[in-house]
Design a binder for this molecule. Structure first.
Ligand SMILES: C[S@@+](CC[C@H](N)C(=O)[O-])C[C@H]1O[C@@H](n2cnc3c(N)ncnc32)[C@H](O)[C@@H]1O
Length: 219
């Protein structure tokens, strides 16, 4: 996603109550950041402009959410989207979602022992189709093993993509990392799965007739 540089993005984010300025400082204590720390904690990787998280977090006020992306230019759009959707839903305080800038390849710098994440969402991550780049995939076995250091035993990863090759190879990655696939469809919009929230990229691909692939993998 190419975005024009926005010099105002960082100052706007730093003045936002639900933006986490230094993720590494919270390693091992993410739950305590929330007003209601005993709730389940779900993590979205590569959240983009935040359409998905805004809907998810506003609809599920009894779950705490963290959403990670890498660029301030896109996170600031997620911030605005979350504010807009919460306001439209009549929710005055945004206290069950936090957003942050973090390189997911370095996720163990910010999450690890002491953190218990109940669910991870990975929506439309970069397919990195060249063999020599496969390791950069957010679903690569190497990454899944990193996530396992903070994903609850019995917790799950929900993964959606438009990309056939990434999907089929990810099934192998999940198995290799010891996950059990508990739900799978290669045509989500014509499946029996209920409660799907459409992301920005999902909207773009499905409007072109591309079938959305989706799976749930249990740790
Ligand atoms: C293709 S977009 C998908 C956005 C959204 N999830 C959706 O479904 O519309 C992928 C997002 O992941 C972010 N991203 C890619 N690699 C990343 C990494 N290594 N660390 C953090 N964010 C990353 C990008 O900045 C981008 O916003």
């Amino acid at each position: 996603m190419r975005l024009r540089k926005k010099p105002w993005a960082r100052p706007e984010l730093e003045s936002c109550d639900f933006f986490v300025i230094n993720p590494k400082e919270n390693k091992g204590k993410w739950k305590t950041l929330f007003k209601n720390p005993d709730r389940e904690l779900h993590l979205e990787l590569g959240g983009g402009k935040g359409t998905f998280m805004a809907m998810l977090a506003s609809r599920n006020q009894d779950v705490n959410y963290l959403s990670i992306d890498i660029k301030d230019e896109v996170i600031v759009l997620a911030k605005r989207n979350i504010e807009k959707v919460f306001e439209e839903a009549g929710i005055n305080t945004i206290d069950n979602v936090k957003i942050m800038a973090q390189e997911i390849n370095l996720i163990t710098e910010a999450f690890g022992d002491g953190d218990v994440i109940d669910r991870i969402y990975i929506n439309f991550c970069n397919p990195w189709p060249k063999d020599r780049h496969n390791k950069r995939r957010l679903t690569h076995t190497r990454q899944l093993n990193n996530y396992k250091t903070f994903l609850k035993k019995g917790g799950e990863i929900r993964f959606k993509t438009d990309d056939d090759e990434l999907f089929e190879e990810s099934i192998e990655y999940f198995k290799e990392a010891g996950f059990e696939i508990t739900y799978i469809t290669r045509d989500l919009h014509n499946s029996d799965f209920e409660g799907n929230i459409v992301t920005e990229h999902e909207e773009m691909f499905s409007s072109k007739g591309v079938k959305i692939k989706f799976l749930i993998a249990k740790n």
